[in-house]
Design a protein around this ligand. Structure first.
Ligand code: 4AZ
Length: 306
């Protein structure tokens, strides 16, 4: 077929334009967030004896945003991937003695006791602790951003969670999930395999009331609480820095809170007035209270790294 020189140039131009447009589109499109390849787990009698506190072992790949924060190769806290270069954890996990150089973040993990195919280990370029963080209970603003020295390569066992939309609230009574490699009971062992537990979000009133019944009454403004007045299901030591996740309308997992603290683990608070053997709800830093701070840092951070 014969084609004039002009037509050929025009055709080539159009092909180039099309290619560059799709390349720009694929570059600017954020990777899908909150996607777990694993369906909700059916009840399984083999799982009833294993717990985070009162939970069970996860199916591998259930929470591909969950990371282990290690200090000198030892698991100290959880964390959550929000983009290829950024991880969210609790400020108290990285606040003292923890210079970035002694820490590393390992993603794509299921069983901490062995090296697993597809896992990725990164060091930390910088730590940004929330400027209003206070170590004194209730540990207001217990949140930190970790900028990785490198990027996570997302795949089947590694990917980001969704951040809430501005104004998105997680209502009291909603059942959400927290996961981690923390203790299985208050004085119990640390598990090798990632654990999960479903917990209801409490109303702010219920939580404030529970914390005011403590021997040293506590009040604060930046947390979300979970659990049951009689206890049983909770996060525990080693889970902090990890996530409280809720499903959004489209079924994607959204980060509602960062595991922060609690008085004991899974204790309950119904009988706190008796003053002996007190307990508290599980306390998580409320993402909705720190969203603008997160966006400010991950956006300027991305620009700076370009
Ligand atoms: C901790 O020390 C910790 N029961 C995390 C969560 C809870 C207690 C302690 C909640 O990492």
């Amino acid at each position: 077929m014969l084609m004039s020189k002009n037509k050929l140039v025009l055709l080539l131009g159009m092909i180039c334009l099309k290619l560059s447009k799709s390349a720009t589109l694929s570059l600017s499109k954020a990777p899908p967030c909150g996607q777990s390849l694993v369906k909700a787990q059916p009840w399984n009698y083999l799982n009833i004896f294993s717990r985070i506190v009162g939970g069970n072992q996860v199916v591998k790949g259930s929470y591909p945003w969950q990371v282990s924060l290690k200090r000198r190769e030892k698991h100290i806290c959880g964390g959550t991937i929000i983009s290829p270069q950024w991880v969210i954890t609790a400020a108290h996990c990285v606040a003292n003695r923890n210079t970035a150089s002694t820490l590393n973040v390992i993603a794509g993990k299921h069983d901490l006791s062995q090296t697993e195919p597809g896992e990725q280990n990164l060091t930390i370029e910088s730590i940004i602790i929330h400027p209003n963080f206070s170590i004194k209970k209730p540990m207001n603003y217990d949140i930190a951003l970790l900028k990785m020295a490198g990027t996570f390569h997302f795949g089947q066992f590694m990917g980001p969670v969704c951040l809430p939309e501005p104004g998105e609230q997680f209502k009291a009574g909603l059942i959400c999930t927290t996961a981690g490699w923390g203790r299985l009971t208050e004085d119990g062992i640390l598990p090798q395999v990632l654990q999960e537990v479903n917990v209801p979000i409490l109303s702010q009133e219920e939580c404030v009331a529970a914390l005011l019944t403590l021997k040293k009454p506590i009040s604060g403004q930046t947390f979300l609480c979970t659990g049951f007045p009689d206890g049983g299901r909770d996060a525990c030591q080693g889970d902090s820095g990890g996530s409280l996740m809720c499903r959004n309308e489209k079924g994607g997992w959204t980060l509602a809170g960062v595991t922060s603290w609690g008085l004991g683990c899974g204790r309950g608070w119904r009988n706190n007035v008796q003053k002996d053997d007190q307990g508290s709800p599980g306390i998580f830093t409320d993402l909705s209270k720190v969203l603008p701070w997160i966006h400010k840092h991950i956006q300027t951070g991305n620009k700076a790294s370009r």
